[in-house]
Design a binder for this molecule. Structure first.
Ligand SMILES: Cc1cc2nc3c(=O)[nH]c(=O)nc-3n(C[C@H](O)[C@H](O)[C@H](O)COP(=O)(O)O)c2cc1C
Length: 139
């Protein structure tokens, strides 16, 4: 069956409580069951998430996530069929924060470490997320 990869950007909703340990536990439980994989980067202000898996599962999850009040202003950056997974070992990797090391990874692929979702190159963003996932160690 086809493999689809979806990438979105959203802003944290400061009026809703966010427990990232809780969130990632839910992600991993649900995603593993559905053969979904991916990566979530949260810098304290916004999220960038990649979700990979079957077209139906990716689509259903994206619609559920889009309704989640813990974030808002969700912008779909890309959704396309792909040949293989970038994050096969992560039911959902979580990278949090914006350390000097994180900033250096963004600066490897972009001219600044501030992502503008209106113009960002998704390919470069995927390179960043792949490097960030390598910093996390094993899933
Ligand atoms: C930024 C963000 C990313 C999320 N990513 C996932 C995800 O990858 N998988 C998932 O099952 N839920 C994810 N969620 C949570 C869903 O919106 C929803 O709360 C969850 O799927 C409900 O699962 P439950 O019915 O098992 O409680 C995410 C939520 C937010 C705010």
């Amino acid at each position: 069956m086809n493999l689809t990869r979806l990438v979105y950007y959203s802003q944290r909703n400061p009026s809703e409580k966010l427990d990232t340990a809780d969130l990632i536990a839910t992600c991993r439980r649900n995603n593993a069951r559905l053969n979904l994989t991916g990566m979530l980067h949260y810098n304290g202000d916004h999220f960038i998430q990649v979700i990979e898996g079957g077209r139906v599962e990716v689509s259903a999850l994206y619609h559920a996530i889009a309704r989640d009040p813990r974030h808002s202003n969700i912008i779909l950056l890309s959704c396309e069929d792909v040949r293989e997974r970038i994050f096969p070992d992560w039911s959902m990797g979580l990278h949090q924060g914006m350390s000097d090391r994180t900033s250096a990874i963004f600066l490897r692929y972009f001219s600044t470490d501030v992502v503008n979702p209106e113009i960002v190159s998704v390919d470069s963003l995927l390179d960043v997320l792949q490097d960030l996932s390598a910093e996390l160690g094993a899933s």
